[in-house]
Design a protein around this ligand. Sequence first.
Ligand SMILES: [Zn+2]
Length: 302
Amino acid sequence: MKYILGIDIGGTNIKAGLVHNGKVLKKITVPTHAGQDPETSLKQIKTTIGHFVNSISKIGIGIAGIIDSKEGIVRYSPNLKGWQDIPLVRILEKEFKKPVRILNDVNAILLGEWIYGAGKGYRNVFLFTLGTGVGGAAICEGKMLFGAHGFAGEFGHATINFNGPRCLCGNYGCLERYVGSRYIIELAEKKVNLQKSALSRYKELTPRIIAIEARKKDAVAKEVFEEIGQYIGIAVSNIVNLFDPEIVIISGGIARAGKVLFEPIRKTAKEYILGYKYRKIKIVPARLGDSGGILGAAYFAC
Ligand SMILES: [Zn+2]
């Protein structure tokens, strides 16, 4: 029996899983060591594949960044130090003698959710990933949207306020600058300094803690989610007005926050989407969690 290996390469971890019939059968996680040089993380990738190599027929890999799927080259990855124009497919095919395909990590998550998860059965789907970074990807008319150069969907750096604060990318007022994890925490900390809140009991805040307190009706935590829900709602409205999808999927850790996040998103989207009542638009959390990227990458390899 030969399986497909799906790999999700992030800035912190490499997650790999044996995939069969849309299920992850066996999964391992190893550190990426992304802060060193390309050789070090490449070695980690090879070791990971080495674990599985005898039981697989193909390899699919999702990586954050500008990924040229056609040529099999990682053009640039913000998470991996020194990765520029790395012909990853050629390197791995030479080493393991198996077909390898690579794609952007958010595209991989969307493929996973589209084929096996929240987007199953739809022809027009948009997915946001919310984490340290914010990303996007689209299925249009039943096909993944890659764009002319393969770089479509970089929605984290869509400007939602050109007078806004500076983003790590150098521009001002990007979506990520408002709803990336570190900025959610920053917003909460600012509010905690001004108002009484259960959040002040925590030494270090995380989006998860803020979500837990928001569900317990802490006013400050709720305010944080209302505010970021509004920003995400604006982003969703822009996408819906542009692409007219049937479903928008929100993935990433904070998508698990539930109602406290989705109510303000839906409320804002309703206000800003043109012809809202004529559309049947669903805004839902992702379903596959960590496995989405692995399943999508494996599917892409087929
Ligand atoms: Zn930016």
